[in-house]
Write a protein that binds this ligand. Structure first.
Ligand code: SF4
Ligand code: SF4
Length: 143
């Protein structure tokens, strides 16, 4: 039988290895923000309230300013033009390629992609390797 200290050491390594393997296999900081270009970014009432609070607005003001009825949803995020994906969330910085309201972002943005892998990120990395261009933006049509 191995000494207890070594067993404990191995347990720790196993735990660290497991955490490494289980950790997210995508890096949003190295992505041009594909998920922010989805045609529908569905908001809940609580999301609109949070956006209003963040901007010093009432719920009604935030609803008018930031949402529209679309895709069968009462509160859908308004979008704007984007040079890569056609259209993207109004709160996306299309130059820096990041969210401008990160602390106030909607619930759906906090949860996405709900798994430890992101299909678009894998597609992006594959294309960047194939094109031998670390800045390459793999496109989809989200107009
Ligand atoms: S598409 Fe994937 S990698 Fe890119 S920002 Fe969204 S979750 Fe992150
Ligand atoms: S609120 Fe931020 S994270 Fe959510 S879609 Fe818009 S830019 Fe992306």
């Amino acid at each position: 039988m191995l000494p207890r200290t070594i067993i404990m050491g191995w347990s720790l390594i196993d735990e660290l290895t497991r955490d490494f393997v289980m950790s997210n296999r995508y890096n949003c900081l190295n992505c041009p923000g594909y998920c922010c270009s989805y045609p529908l970014i569905a908001l809940e009432k609580r999301d609109v309230e949070r956006l209003g609070k963040h901007h010093g607005m009432s719920f009604e003001e935030a609803k008018v300013a930031f949402t529209e009825e679309a895709h069968g949803r009462k509160y859908a995020m308004r979008r704007k033009k984007d040079p890569h994906y056609g259209k993207i969330c109004q709160f996306f910085d299309t130059v820096k390629r990041c969210c401008t309201i990160y602390t106030a972002r909607p619930k759906v943005c906090r949860a996405y992609p709900n798994t430890q892998r992101c299909g678009y990120y894998e597609f992006l990395q594959f294309e960047r390797r194939a094109q031998e261009d670390p800045e390459f933006v793999a496109l989809t049509d989200h107009r």
